[in-house]
Design a protein around this ligand. Structure first.
Ligand code: NAG
Ligand code: NAG
Ligand code: NAG
Length: 378
């Protein structure tokens, strides 16, 4: 609590993708049935028509709660209700009511969602590792974590160790895709005064980490997510998010600078790896940018006009809110006041104050889809 004074005045944290999860004690809402959204079926068919890997590809995922599918610590956060109520129906370690970006990207590649590293069972053989492994852990960042999870570099080392122990050979890795998400947990304690220096430090470290995925792990295609417009997260937009759909533009400007530098780093890495491998540039390079900023922005705009329900028209209004008080975002200190879950998560864009709902991720995925084809030409 004493730390609060140091935070920015508008929201307690500059950005944070995790926070509200600590405020999710069991809720009393009825567990009504939510059908799987129809768009999922459509995208599945698209993926089958186009993918060239024929289910042989493996997906290795590194990052935070935007892509975590079950690594977060048990009996906490995403492992507690109401997370997971749409899919799979119970908490599954995903910071959403249902699927997250990882599930959609695996689907696009024509494979099952890779197993979460923490869920690997000894002696279960190769079958569980067939689609790859997800090392992403909610609350982690590039240099720091606001959870007990490993930072990006340590997640990369986890796969390095598996390779040394021969869980994967070079043929496996040659047919692999990596997905890397760093959505802003590093910025939790930043202030406007030192944010520029922090951004530089983060990009430098992330560049080193990305290089390791190519040089050390020898994965030939690496998808790098730019940061989302963090100023549009309900947490950052603040109480006004409940009534308007106005983003925090100061925060978005910080993200824009971050993304600009990240794009430059990825550009440099592509040059570096093309020269080293003496390959033609035709295949678009090793590193593929997935512009989460643009995808979120497009999806949020779309949402305003096409959601078809007045009540859910404001995309910044989260589905899960604190049951008491004006501030909608849980910080884990709501003293048992509980949370409220909206009636139709399938119509909301945001699940909680930091994370999209399954519906939101589906909309973001559709906006990203055209970039995903770059993952095919290896
Ligand atoms: C849940 O996880 C957070 C982040 O690691 C930690 O701060 C908190 O103490 C945990 N809560 C419980 C009940 O273990
Ligand atoms: C590599 O491992 C796969 C199983 O993951 C196996 O099918 C393949 O034969 C192996 N290739 C080599 C060259 O050892
Ligand atoms: C930025 O400043 C805040 C407050 O002075 C401090 O807590 C934080 O550690 C600083 N962050 C960096 C990366 O220097």
């Amino acid at each position: 609590m004493e730390k609060r004074q140091r935070f920015l005045p508008v929201s307690f944290f500059l950005f944070s993708t995790l926070v509200v999860l600590f405020a999710c004690p069991a809720i009393g809402a009825a567990d009504d049935h939510h059908p799987v959204i129809p768009t999922t079926a459509r995208t599945k068919r698209d993926a089958r028509e186009h993918h060239r890997h024929n289910g042989r590809v493996k997906l290795f995922v590194f990052g935070d709660s935007y892509v975590d599918t079950g690594n977060f610590e048990p009996n906490n956060g995403s492992w507690l209700p109401p997370f997971g109520r749409t899919f799979p129906g119970v908490p599954s370690g995903r910071f959403s009511d249902g699927r997250v970006l990882t599930d959609y990207i695996a689907d696009f590649l024509g494979i099952r969602t890779p197993i979460a590293y923490q869920q690997i069972k000894a002696g279960d053989g190769g079958e569980q590792l067939k689609s790859g492994v997800n090392f992403a852990y909610g609350g982690t960042g590039v240099v720091s974590a606001i959870s007990k999870g490993p930072v990006l570099g340590d997640q990369i080392s986890q796969l390095g160790q598996m390779i040394r122990h021969r869980f994967y050979n070079q043929t496996d890795l040659d047919n692999s895709v990596a997905l890397v998400a760093a959505s802003g947990n590093d910025y939790k304690y930043a202030t406007l005064k030192n944010v520029t220096a922090l951004t530089r430090k983060l990009i430098k470290q992330q560049k080193t980490d990305l290089r390791r995925i190519h040089d050390e792990l020898r994965i030939p295609k690496i998808a790098v997510l730019l940061m989302e417009p963090a100023g549009c997260l309900p947490h950052s937009a603040g109480p006004s998010a409940m009534h308007s759909s106005k983003c925090n533009e100061a925060h978005n400007a910080i993200v824009s600078n971050h993304n600009q530098l990240l794009k430059q780093a990825v550009h440099d890495l592509n040059k570096e790896t093309t020269t080293n491998n003496n390959k033609k540039k035709k295949n678009g390079g090793t590193f593929v940018i997935l512009d989460l900023f643009q995808a979120f922005s497009n999806a949020l705009e779309e949402h305003k006009y096409h959601t078809g329900s007045l009540r859910y028209k404001n995309p910044l209004k989260p589905c899960v809110t604190l049951a008491r008080g004006k501030w909608p975002c849980g910080l884990g200190n709501d003293n048992g006041g509980g949370v409220r879950v909206c009636k139709h998560p399938e119509l909301a864009f945001f699940w909680d104050c930091n994370h999209p709902s399954q519906n939101g991720w589906n909309e973001v995925y559709l906006a990203l889809q055209h970039s995903l084809y770059q993952l095919y030409d290896a």
